[in-house]
Design a protein around this ligand. Sequence first.
Ligand code: GRF
Length: 200
Amino acid sequence: MVVLVSGSGTNLQALLDAIAEQGPDAYGAQIVAVGADRGAIAGLERAESARLPTFICRVKDYGSRAEWDAALAEATAAYEPDLVVSAGFMKILGKEFLARFGGRTVNTHPALLPSFPGAHGVRDALAYGAKVTGCTVHFVDDGVDTGPIIAQSAVEVRDEDDESALHERIKEVERSLLVEVVGRLARHGYRIEGRKVRIS
Ligand code: GRF
């Protein structure tokens, strides 16, 4: 798989740790490259420490969003992944990317979709006054966090929570869920029937 990151990369690290502990054969997957939309992030350092190839596609280096998207798709395709994992990648994947990797790109989102999609899922759940939120691992489609749901975990909101405390508790659960889901998809195979994901 190719993993896409924009930030601290703790989800990437969880995948790296699981593969290192279990071995790629037992886990069912290995990471062939890590891509980012920006430089100087811990996510890329984690990839480099694991001696993985990395690539960066910055939107500002391209004439349009569509050109950036095509370049990201091309850079990803160079590693011939079976699966792409968007693990804290803070950009919407576009037409060209989805034409190549639709149906095999997984995203992790820090809320219980379809509630609180978008870039501020934790902040929005807190502001709404939700008592339970969580995380969702889903396939990416052409909407914002709208693709078929693979798995979810719930996290209770505490009265004293601020955005960062709640996000940290969600991320603990999110990392385990992502590791579990990616391993299951890779080991067992899957099909997407409408909105239903069947892991066979
Ligand atoms: C995760 O909560 C992800 O769902 C959100 O950003 C966070 C990324 O964390 N979009 P990390 O970079 O994997 O540490």
